[in-house]
Design a protein around this ligand. Structure first.
Ligand code: ATP
Ligand code: MG
Length: 350
């Protein structure tokens, strides 16, 4: 059986929130315990961060903050490869190669673009429209077998599989591995605290819409207190919350953080009001996040060491990416191998 290779990333658009933690990072560190023999590559998606308005003065520190969050939440850089996406040029190169196999019709169906571009569709940049192809390159470059993501990214992983299939058919070989999405059953889509129909996002304008990994206990309590809910008490089954999205969201957060079944959480608080449930949820969240935030601050206080670890991760990622890109270019009939070898190596390979 093929060795498992697990690849995923987070956009360097700001601090991590509860949704990223539950839907993505917590999932990955749990996978590391389940699949001890797999390769793990986690990257900080800085090339994706520039597709929506961003501050160039903050990008470097956002990249480090996400790196620190990965490590603080359990990514062991000795066993797993952690690196900034832009430090491995093969991502952008492979994206370009794959754009020529991606019909516009496929991209037109992507709901993330519609959501992110909003009403300003004509002003949205080409990078935002094309980013699902970069995302396909992000995983195909490493021949990923599994991609753990939140529910919002399912469509993009399906696109990556379609693009891989199109490449394999066009060049007559089962070359690219078709990656499988791994999406947790509960908590794969944590909703905004202000609007139970919108997902929690780093780029939401309101900081009250999300709990950040670095928020202190008072801020967490305040944000949950202000979170939108209804005035009914909690019922005695999770099923009974199906028309109460905000309430269902808070119960899901509690259940995933406490590693409990959602029905068990509802039963524990049945008949109680949110004035009782919210402080309990705030306490649980602070208990989980405070040690992570403390560790993040420690890691961020030594940027040189963090940068060293990222550079080392990039070197290891490059070693996997370079031969895949070589073979891709060979199959496509290019004159040379990929340009990220040294000049001597290129001469030797021709
Ligand atoms: P942005 O608003 O900049 O797109 P984001 O909050 O959507 O930020 P991403 O960096 O795009 O975060 O996504 C990182 C990972 O977190 C992905 O696997 C994504 O599916 C997951 N994720 C994002 N938001 C949520 C959420 N609300 N619930 C569960 N998982 C989420
Ligand atoms: Mg996103």
């Amino acid at each position: 059986m093929k060795k498992k290779r697990i690849v995923s990333g987070v956009r360097a658009t700001g601090g991590l929130h509860l949704g990223n933690y539950i839907g993505a990072i917590k999932n990955w560190t749990e996978m590391a315990t389940q699949h001890g023999d797999a390769d793990f590559l986690f990257f900080i998606a800085d090339l994706h961060a520039i597709t929506t308005p961003y501050d160039e003065k903050a990008l470097k520190d956002n990249t480090r903050e996400i790196a620190a969050a990965y490590i603080a939440a359990g990514v062991d850089v000795r066993k797993m490869i952690l690196f900034p996406q832009s430090a491995v040029p093969g991502h952008a190169m492979l994206q370009w190669l794959l754009t020529s196999l991606t019909p516009m019709g496929w991209l037109n169906r992507m709901t993330q673009f519609k959501e992110k571009a909003g009403k300003q569709r004509d002003n949205a940049v080409l990078g935002l429209y094309a980013y699902p192809v970069l995302q396909a390159a992000d995983v195909l470059l490493y021949q990923a077998t599994h991609v753990p993501v939140g529910e919002d990214q399912k469509q993009h992983i399906e696109l990556a599989r379609d693009i891989a299939g199109a490449f394999n058919r066009r060049y007559g070989q089962e070359f690219f591995t078709l990656p499988e999405p791994i999406i947790r059953k509960e908590g794969a889509r944590i909703m905004s605290l202000r609007d139970g129909t919108k997902k929690m996002s780093k780029s939401d304008e309101s900081d009250y819409s999300r709990i950040n990994l670095m928020d202190d206990a008072d801020t967490i309590a305040l944000k949950f207190r202000k979170a939108k809910t209804d005035s009914d008490p909690l019922p005695d089954s999770f099923e009974a919350l199906k028309d109460r999205p905000e309430a269902a969201n808070l119960v899901t957060i509690y259940a995933t953080l406490a590693d409990m079944d959602r029905d068990a959480v509802v039963k524990q608080f049945a008949g109680r009001n949110f004035s009782v449930f919210k402080p309990a949820l705030a306490e649980l969240t602070a208990e989980k996040f405070t040690p992570v935030a403390t560790r993040m601050r420690e890691l961020l206080s030594d940027k040189a060491e963090l940068d060293r670890q990222l550079a080392e991760g990039a070197e290891r990622a490059r070693a996997i990416a370079v031969p895949v890109l070589d073979d891709t270019m060979k199959l496509m009939g290019f004159w040379g191998t990929n340009p990220f070898h040294s000049a001597d190596r290129v001469a030797g390979l021709l």
